[in-house]
Design a protein around this ligand. Sequence first.
Ligand code: ZN
Length: 273
Amino acid sequence: MIRHEHAQPYENLVYYSYQLFEPFPQMSCVISTRLGGVSEGYSHSLNLSFSVGDTEQAVLTNRSRLYHIVDVEPQSVAQAHLVHGNYIEIVTSQSPTGTYRRFAETDGLVTNVIHKPLLILVADCAAVAFFDPKQHVIALLHAGWKGIVSNIVAKMVSTMHETFGCRPSDMLAAISPSLGPCCYEVREDLVAAFHEAFPAHAQDLFRLQPDTSIHLDMWAALRYQLRESGIRPEYIEESGLCTACHLDEFYSHRAERGKTGRFAGLIVLRSAT
Ligand SMILES: [Zn+2]
């Protein structure tokens, strides 16, 4: 990832982009941080969610700053009401978009429409971004452990293939900052769910700690599913930043005990070639 500090007029606004997408000016993909906004209290300062007790005006101001830096129109942004499922919405030029519109019970968004940005809010879960430079398709999904067990990654890759003719070997994928193996303590029942979802590899996804607690390596699980779906290892970028370890820049639902804001993955196609 590449760290950016925005210049005037929002000097303190920090965001990230992926090295992997640098060669492609026809699209933009950014990850916001918590720096550079106007929210106060536990959601300080660039909270993008209306659902965490922040004021509406603060969220609108924060969103307008993020949209300004990537030059997108608020009314064109496609959003999802995330439910840790694996439903994927194909966003068309006719789809309802804008600040107060969200696709119900949706955890993945995909489109080949230019100037139709996709937004996914997170605070520990991963926002995984996809781009196919051949078919000019972008996608963004939300995955925590439930999304991984239901393999929303494979579902996204097959949706891109079936809907837009994308070949997995052409696709690029990037995994946002999220809860890392250092901090993702899990219960036994979750371990069992992973053994069902990853019959041959589940043991590689957990880290037994000295205090006998068990930690999940969500990044390894996502990498595995991306590769199993046919994406080349060299076309996968992983931020490697743990939200709970980097509260100075990101929100962490786990580390802040639910009293926190949301940062975002935002991806947009800028031209059709
Ligand atoms: Zn950590």
